[in-house]
Structure formats: structure tokens, C-alpha cells
Design a protein around this ligand. Structure first.
Ligand code: BGC
Length: 555
């Protein structure tokens, strides 16, 4: 069995087929269009793609409401196109992950339609029902302010059904063995068509007890995760699940499994929220704490590190005053905020577009101990359209060029409006132009990805946050197979000088070789390095000098 831990040192690029590239000119992105852009993605240097849902769907939650798990939505192409795509990705060394949305289906799914029409339907028990409105029906909504309840009356069924998300997304009764068997079948199907794994949507809800009598703290069946993993590994040894689980650090190991018998990857929401707090406040201490709190993972486990994704930036796990600090800095208008807990903007406008600060944010992301996950458009600093509802503001089509509709489509009716005006309009922000400018964010991103791949210590190694006097500066040292790397970030808008003891205590710590520039550092007689970092400055150093290549080849 192949058991390649490829995801430990991967760079994942997340995209929505719908808004990436339209080849047939109907205004909707499609697999043919995506295929035409694979060379761009390979050139950028990413190693895996994560595709948001593209299965058949009424599209009321951007595809997170699936009505057929075994079909490509006809707007994006056919299963044939999908297989062409996974083949073309493979030829370029790109792995493909896809969303696995099995906490709920669309209310249009034939299973739900059958279940609601007849209490004797074989699918009745695939969903979660109650004759009476449960006491906690107005609790636990994922989209507060938009969603009013978690239990909705269905006339046809003559019962209430449970939905953790919108009312058109009835929850599957995931405790039902038949539902579990179907989930495995879905995974097996897409594995056979060439994918390397899944991003499991809403994982804590998938494994949660569901029903009218379940209280506010439902029991979680973590062992279900082991059955998913076992199945996958038996089918294809290198296939993985990347869990979307915004949970507290003390349950992380329940998801990874003490012996790594559960999920291979989890998104690190703890680090994500504290990273934004650090960017907003120039105080890196809570981020350092979050890094330490999530340092533990199984030996085969890995964190997915990210800045922004397709949802709101959820700040729900920060203390109230910290959350207010981030709101003030990055989303002061109520219209920029969402669901009482987050900010719905894209990264570039949040950071006010300055490339230096964007570089700092991305350099931080790429040096967080885990696997970086970036989002389409962020490599060129795309903006958002706050006139669009909820999370759609940050889901506008990719801006390829200065041509009409940003080169996304030949149609004048794109599926979501392309950003045309203002500083983030496609006339100013597009891939074609940035390709031609050596110092553009696009070319910077390509270079930093190349360097990230050459520093496997970050993905594979252990790390230590070094103690510094200045909370605006974060210094992290990574170790793997006798190699050491040091990354230093200044989150302040002012220059900072720091004195660092890299802590290796021998000759090794005397020389820091700058991996991104030519100003190296030699320790003073006390063994300390004095580093001057410009505003939002960042440095990546290999500790121990120029013979590292030699030493790596000894291994
Ligand atoms: C996804 C959201 C989606 C929700 C319901 C999430 O956690 O990331 O985009 O709306 O699940 O499927």
C-alpha cells in the first residue's frame, strides 16, 4: 500500500470551478476552463487543488447543498470532463482534493424528497425528524441573523426536520449505518475518478449526535472518523481527509487520533484567528500561544494553515476585546461583518492593498507549522464586492486580464459580477499584467512558494517560538533531521530591531543565511544576532550556514 505523506509539505490552492474560468461562454466557470488554466497553477508552484463543491446542486448555498453526490452539475461540465481534468492535473503533478459535504443534503435531493413524502420511505431515517418543535430549536444556528431556527416544519412530512445550516439543507442522520455506508461509497466513487482526498465540510456536525432530545452539547462519535480514514486508506493509501473543524485545541487529538488513526489533516482555526489578531494589533503573543496550544498532532497528522477562505473570517474564538480590535482594524463597518462573529472581506482590502503588508501576511502563512492553503485570486490581491449578499462578496470571478469581464468569460452575464471598478477592478488587478511585472504580488507568490517547498522543515519538523522582548516580532525556529530554519516577522508598521539568541548553543547558531535576500547575519561575541527589520519586514534564515546542502545529502 502506498502511504506517502505528500500533504506534509504541500501547497494547496482552493478554487471554485464556477468562478475560475468559463470556456464555453455561458457566464459560468467550467471544467474545460479550469483545464486551460492548469499550466498557470502549475507555474505558480502549488501542488494540490481543493475544489469547492461542483456536484449537482440547486446552488442555494454555492453548491454546499448537494442534490446528487455522483454527478457533476451540468453547468460545469460532465463526469467525462471531470476525469479529463483529474488526468490533466496529474500530468502536471497536481493533486486534487474535493469538498465532501455530507452533514446535510439539499432539500431537493431525491433522498429527502422520498423521506418527507412517506413515513415508510427507506430514506425516512436518513434524516432527523421530530413531531414537536424541540425546545432548543432556536439555538445552534450556524448563520445567525440569516437563519432563524434549526428545526423547520415540513407539511408533507408532517414533522419538523433538523438543519444545522439553512432550512434548505436538511441534516443527514449520520448515525444511521446506511448513511455512513453511503458516505463511504461517495468517497470511493471520487477516489476512483482520480482525487487524492476530501475536505470534509462541517466535520464536528457530521459526527455529532442529532435529534430532538439532544441537548446543547451533543455527544460526538469520533470513531466515525476512523472508519472514514480506514476505508480511504484501504482503497488508496495516499488519500486524505482535511477536516473543517473549528474546535478548541483540547479536542484536536480527538480528530487526529492519538495514533493518527483518524483524520490526516485539520484546518487550524485557532492559529487563523490569532494570526488576524496579531496582524491587527501587532501583538504576536496570543498567536504564539495558539501555536503552542496546537503544536501537538499525530505523527502522520498535519495542520492546514490559511488566512482567508470562501467563508467569513470567523473570529468567534477570540476574546471579546480581541475580536473588537480585529473588527476595528479590518472590518469597522457593520456591512463588512457577518453572523455576529466575523468579517466577510477578502484579504487585500482588509490590509488596504499595500503589497508589503500582504507579503508579510503571506510570509507568515507560509511559515506557520503546517501546510499552507491559499485561495484563488489572493495571489494577485483581488478585492471584494460588498454589495453582494453574505459571503458572495468574496467569491467574485477570477481576474485574468484587462479584457471585458476580466477575461473570465466571453458572456456579458457572469454568474457573479466581476469586480470592474475601483482600485481592485480587473483593469488594475489581473493575472496577465502581474505576470509581466517582476515585482508583482503574483511573481512574489511564485517565488515564496518555491522557497517554501525548499524548506520542508516547516511542514515536517518541530518548532519553537523564541522569546523576544518585542511582542510585535515573531521568531520561530524549526528543526527537522538536523537542519534548522528561523523565520522572523515584524508585524508593526514601524521598523524594529531585535536581538535573538537562536538557542542552538554551539557553532551552528553563529551564522544565519538569508534565504530571501543577501544580507546574512553573524552572531556577536555573546552569540546573539541583532536584526533590523523594516516595517512589516520578514526574514527566512537557514541556521548553521552554507554547508546545509551537504548535510542534507548525508541523510
Ligand atoms: C462551508 C460553508 C457552507 C456550510 C454548509 C461550511 O462550513 O464552508 O461554505 O455554507 O459548510 O455546508
Amino acid at each position: 500500500m502506498i502511504n506517502d505523506l505528500w500533504y506534509k509539505n504541500a501547497v494547496i490552492y482552493c478554487l471554485s470551478v464556477e468562478t475560475f474560468m468559463d470556456a464555453n461562454g455561458d457566464g459560468v466557470g467550467d471544467f474545460q476552463g479550469l483545464m486551460r488554466r492548469l499550466d498557470y497553477l502549475a507555474g505558480l508552484g502549488v501542488t494540490a487543488l481543493w475544489l469547492m463543491p461542483f456536484q449537482r446542486s440547486p446552488g442555494r448555498d454555492d453548491g454546499y447543498d448537494v442534490s446528487d453526490y455522483y454527478a457533476v452539475d451540468p453547468r460545469y461540465g460532465t463526469l467525462g470532463d471531470f476525469v479529463e481534468f483529474t488526468h490533466a492535473a496529474k500530468q502536471r503533478g497536481l493533486r486534487v482534493l474535493i469538498d465532501l459535504v455530507v452533514n446535510h443534503t439539499s432539500d431537493q435531493h431525491p433522498w429527502f424528497q422520498s423521506a418527507r413524502q412517506d413515513p415508510a420511505s427507506p430514506y425516512r431515517d436518513w434524516y432527523v425528524w421530530s413531531d414537536k418543535k424541540p425546545k432548543n430549536a432556536d439555538k445552534g444556528m450556524v448563520f445567525p441573523g440569516v437563519q432563524e431556527t434549526t428545526w423547520t416544519w415540513d407539511d408533507k412530512a408532517g414533522a419538523f426536520y433538523f438543519h444545522r445550516f439553512y432550512d434548505f439543507q436538511p441534516d443527514l442522520n449520520t448515525a444511521n449505518p446506511l448513511v455512513q455506508a453511503e458516505i463511504l461509497k461517495i468517497m470511493g466513487f471520487w477516489i476512483q475518478l482520480g482525487v487524492s482526498g476530501f475536505r470534509m465540510d462541517a466535520a464536528p456536525f457530521v459526527i455529532s449526535a442529532k435529534g430532538p432530545d439532544v441537548g446543547d452539547e451533543p455527544a460526538l462519535d469520533y470513531d466515525m472518523l476512523r472508519t472514514f480514514r480506514e476505508f480511504l486508506q484501504w482503497r488508496q493509501g495516499d488519500a486524505i481527509v482535511l477536516c473543517e473543524a473549528n474546535v478548541l485545541p483540547d479536542t484536536d487529538m480527538d480528530y487526529f487520533g492519538d495514533d493518527g488513526e483518524r483524520m490526516q489533516m485539520m484546518f487550524n482555526f485557532q492559529v487563523n484567528q490569532n494570526l488576524f489578531y496579531a496582524l491587527a494589533s501587532a501583538d504576536t503573543r496570543p498567536l504564539a500561544k495558539a501555536l503552542k496550544a496546537t503544536a501537538k498532532k499525530s505523527s502522520t497528522g498535519q495542520w492546514g494553515m490559511f488566512l482567508r477562505n470562501h467563508d467569513e473570517l470567523d473570529l468567534g474564538r477570540l476574546a471579546d476585546d480581541q475580536r473588537q480590535t480585529v473588527f476595528q482594524a479590518f472590518g469597522p463597518d457593520p456591512g463588512m461583518q457577518l453572523y455576529d462573529r466575523g468579517i466577510r472581506r477578502r484579504l487585500a482590502p482588509m490590509l488596504e492593498g499595500g503589497q508589503r503588508r500582504l507579503e508579510l501576511a503571506y510570509s507568515l502563512l507560509f511559515t506557520m507549522p503546517g501546510t499552507p492553503v491559499i485561495r484563488y485570486g489572493d495571489e494577485i490581491g483581488m478585492g471584494d464586492d460588498l454589495s453582494l449578499p453574505e459571503r458572495n462578496c468574496a467569491r467574485t470571478p477570477m481576474q485574468w486580464s484587462g479584457e471585458p469581464q476580466g477575461g473570465f468569460t466571453k458572456s456579458d452575464k457572469p454568474v457573479l459580477p466581476v469586480i470592474a471598478d475601483g482600485p481592485y477592478g480587473f483593469g488594475h488587478v489581473n493575472a496577465a499584467e502581474q505576470r509581466r511585472q517582476p515585482g508583482s504580488l503574483l511573481n512574489w507568490t511564485e517565488r515564496i512558494i518555491r522557497m517554501r517547498k525548499e524548506v520542508p522543515e516547516i511542514g515536517w519538523g518541530t518548532f519553537e517560538v523564541l522569546r523576544l522582548r518585542d511582542p510585535a516580532v515573531l521568531a520561530v525556529r524549526y528543526a527537522w533531521r538536523r537542519n534548522h530554519v528561523l523565520c522572523v516577522h515584524n508585524l508593526s508598521h514601524a521598523p524594529r530591531e531585535v536581538s535573538i539568541d537562536v538557542g542552538l548553543g554551539d557553532e551552528d547558531g553563529r551564522l544565519l543565511v538569508n534565504l530571501l535576500g543577501d544580507e546574512h547575519s553573524r552572531a556577536d561575541e555573546r552569540g546573539r544576532h541583532t536584526l533590523l527589520l523594516e516595517a512589516y519586514g520578514y526574514r527566512w534564515y537557514r541556521i548553521g550556514g552554507l554547508d546545509y546542502l551537504l548535510r542534507r545529502s548525508e541523510i
